[in-house]
Design a protein around this ligand. Structure first.
Ligand SMILES: Cc1ncc(COP(=O)(O)O)c(C=O)c1O
Length: 357
C-alpha cells in the first residue's frame, strides 16, 4: 500500500542539504555578522515584555508596525505576510496557486535551485526558460508560457541567484503589463541591489514581492522572510500557513533587529565595499572570468580548472559553491563575500592555485 503522494515518490530522494563544514564558509551567501552577538542586550530587553507561555503576543502588532515602516512605499500591514524565511513564503505561494496535477510554475534557468524543491513539494510542476549566455531573456516567450492555461505563477529572481544580475526593468514591466497571472519577484538580495518592485503592488494586483532577513539582516539561521502583495492575495496565501507559523521569539528578535536596523544596513554597505575590492582583485587574475553582481556573492570561472580549484579551496579550509550545473554556467563557482581576512585568504588561494598549474 502506498502511504504517500505518488508524485512525491516519483520525485526521488529528498534534497541533499549537506555542505562541507569548513573554517571559511563562503558557500551559502551567509553573513559573517552574528546578529545575536550584535544585539543580545537589546533582544534580552525586548524579551522582558514577552511571555512564551502564550500563543499570542503584542510583539506581533509591534513587529507589523516596524516592518511596514521599514518596507515603506505606503504599504500597510494588510499587504504583508511573514514566515520562516523567503523559502517559506515561496512554498506558501506555490501551495496557494496550485490548481491540479497539470499546474506548473515558470521560472528561469539558471536560478535559485529551491524553486524546484518547493514547487514539487507543493504538487506543482516546474518549467524553465533558459537565460541566454549574456543572461538576457526573451520576455515575449516568457509571457507566452506564463499566459498558457496551466501556468499558475511566474517567478522572477531579481537579482538572480547564482548569476547575481538584475533583470531588465523594461522587461519586468512588460511582463506585468501583459499578464493577469500571479508574478512573484524574489527580492531576497534587495538590500544589496536597492532595486525593488514593492512600489508597484498597488498598480499590479497580481504582483507578489518576497524578501528575506537571511542576507542583509545577517539572520540566515533565525528564519524570517516576508511577502508584500495586495491585501486580497495576502488573505488567500495566509490560508495555507499554519496559524502560529512564526515563533514569538523570532518575531521579538526581528523587531529588535529592526529597532537597530542601521547596524545591519551598515554591514550591508561594508559587504558591498568588500565585494567590490574582491571583484577588483580576482578580476585581474589571468584566465579568471567574473562580473559585477548586485548581491553578496561573486560568480566566476577558471575554465576547465574550476573543479580542481574547488577541491584546492576545500583543502585550504574554504567552502564555496559549484554552480556549474546549467550549460551557461558550465565550470562556474560562486563565492559569498566574507570578512576582509576571509576574502583575502580566498583570493590568495586562487592565485596560489593558478601559479602552480
Ligand atoms: C534567490 C533566493 N531566494 C530565496 C532564498 C531563501 O532565503 P531564506 O533563507 O530567507 O529562506 C535564497 C537563499 O539563498 C535565495 O538565494
Amino acid at each position: 500500500m502506498k502511504l504517500f503522494r505518488t508524485d512525491l515518490q516519483k520525485a526521488g530522494p529528498p534534497a541533499d542539504i549537506s555542505v562541507p563544514r569548513k573554517k571559511h564558509m563562503m558557500c551559502l551567501n551567509e553573513s559573517v555578522l552574528d546578529p545575536y552577538q550584535a544585539i543580545d542586550e537589546a533582544f534580552n530587553q525586548t524579551m522582558q515584555h514577552i511571555h512564551l507561555n502564550r500563543y499570542f503576543s503584542q510583539v506581533t502588532s509591534e513587529l507589523k508596525r516596524a516592518l511596514v515602516d521599514y518596507v515603506g512605499h505606503n504599504v500597510t500591514s494588510e499587504n504583508i505576510l511573514w514566515g520562516n524565511g523567503a523559502d517559506d513564503m515561496l512554498f506558501a505561494c506555490f501551495l496557494a496557486v496550485r490548481e491540479d496535477n497539470d499546474s506548473f510554475v515558470l521560472t528561469h534557468a539558471p536560478s535559485y535551485f529551491d524553486y524546484s524543491t518547493y514547487s514539487r513539494a507543493a504538487g506543482l510542476n516546474i518549467r524553465y526558460q533558459n537565460f541566454n549566455p549574456d543572461f538576457s531573456f526573451d520576455e515575449k516567450e516568457y509571457l507566452d508560457i506564463l499566459n498558457s492555461k496551466d501556468c499558475r505563477l511566474g517567478v522572477l529572481c531579481n537579482p538572480n541567484n547564482p548569476t547575481g544580475h538584475l533583470l531588465d526593468d523594461a522587461q519586468i514591466r512588460y511582463i506585468l503589463d501583459n499578464t493577469q497571472k500571479p508574478v512573484l519577484i524574489d527580492e531576497t538580495y534587495y538590500e544589496f541591489s536597492q532595486r525593488t518592485y514593492i512600489d508597484l503592488i498597488k498598480q499590479y494586483p497580481n504582483l507578489i514581492v518576497v524578501r528575506s532577513f537571511s542576507k542583509s539582516f545577517s539572520a540566515a539561521g533565525l528564519r524570517f522572510g516576508y511577502l508584500v502583495s495586495a491585501a486580497e492575495n495576502v488573505n488567500e496565501i495566509r490560508k495555507v500557513q499554519t496559524i502560529f507559523n512564526t515563533s514569538i521569539m523570532v518575531q521579538a528578535f526581528v523587531l529588535t533587529m529592526l529597532m537597530n536596523k542601521n547596524l545591519f544596513l551598515e554591514h550591508v554597505k561594508k559587504t558591498i565595499d568588500l565585494k567590490e575590492q574582491l571583484y577588483q582583485r580576482i578580476n585581474k587574475i589571468e584566465n579568471l572570468k567574473t562580473w559585477k553582481t548586485h548581491t553578496n556573492f561573486l560568480t566566476f570561472s577558471v575554465g576547465e580548472k574550476s573543479a580542481d580549484l574547488f577541491e584546492f579551496l576545500k583543502s585550504k579550509d574554504i567552502a564555496i559553491r559549484d554552480v556549474g550545473a546549467h550549460p551557461i554556467l558550465h565550470n562556474h563557482l560562486r563565492v559569498s563575500i566574507g570578512s576582509a581576512e576571509q576574502n583575502n585568504c580566498f583570493a590568495a588561494a586562487i592565485e596560489e592555485f593558478l601559479l602552480k598549474r
